[in-house]
Design a protein around this ligand. Sequence first.
Ligand SMILES: C[S@@+](CC[C@H](N)C(=O)[O-])C[C@H]1O[C@@H](n2cnc3c(N)ncnc32)[C@H](O)[C@@H]1O
Length: 202
Amino acid sequence: VFNEKRSAADARNYRRKGLDVDSRRIVDFLVARGIGGGTLLEIGGGVGAIQIELLRAGAVRAENVEIVPAYEAVARDLASENGVADRITRRVGDFAVDHADVPGADAVILHRVVCCYPDMAGLVHPAADRAGRWLVLTFPAARWWIRAGLRVMNGIQVLIHSSYCAYVHDPAAIDAIVRSSGVRPTVSRRGFIGELLALERV
Ligand SMILES: C[S@@+](CC[C@H](N)C(=O)[O-])C[C@H]1O[C@@H](n2cnc3c(N)ncnc32)[C@H](O)[C@@H]1O
């Protein structure tokens, strides 16, 4: 699913239209809270559009950890076009497994990533622990039509012999894990399809 075709399409959309609405919300939240002069860690940041916008808004450095290699070349091109390539470090790996040497940052972002990984706690806990000031997560809202839609989508993936599977993890369980890392919700927005949880270290 997350292949060269997808990464090229994501980059094309960003070049043409800029950030989508949900990504813009994350950027606006962090800019309003004062990310200027701060650092970012994004898990599964794809082509890195959010990082580019936050670096242009005054963040000093960004790091991205991506489980698939397909985004790397496209993301580097986009960052160069936007003059921020020298401030982004990218590594390929499964963050839930290979996080020991990933440094913390002022803001940690998991945008549309939790739904792609079976071990929610394994992914979210080390991410929350690395959030110096803010943690921002988006994931599918736990609504019946989202569960039904993802069930159909997962069925199609099986039919086309894809190993991809999407998950609706319990938002209460996500909330409990991040709170145990010492961050508290500042914004909790439950939309028709997705949920945004933005937290601050107390
Ligand atoms: C739906 S895409 C979202 C990409 C980007 N955040 C966006 O919203 O456009 C999910 C991304 O999470 C990444 N991902 C999933 N599990 C991961 C893990 N355990 N470690 C690092 N990246 C992961 C995938 O490679 C993919 O790029």
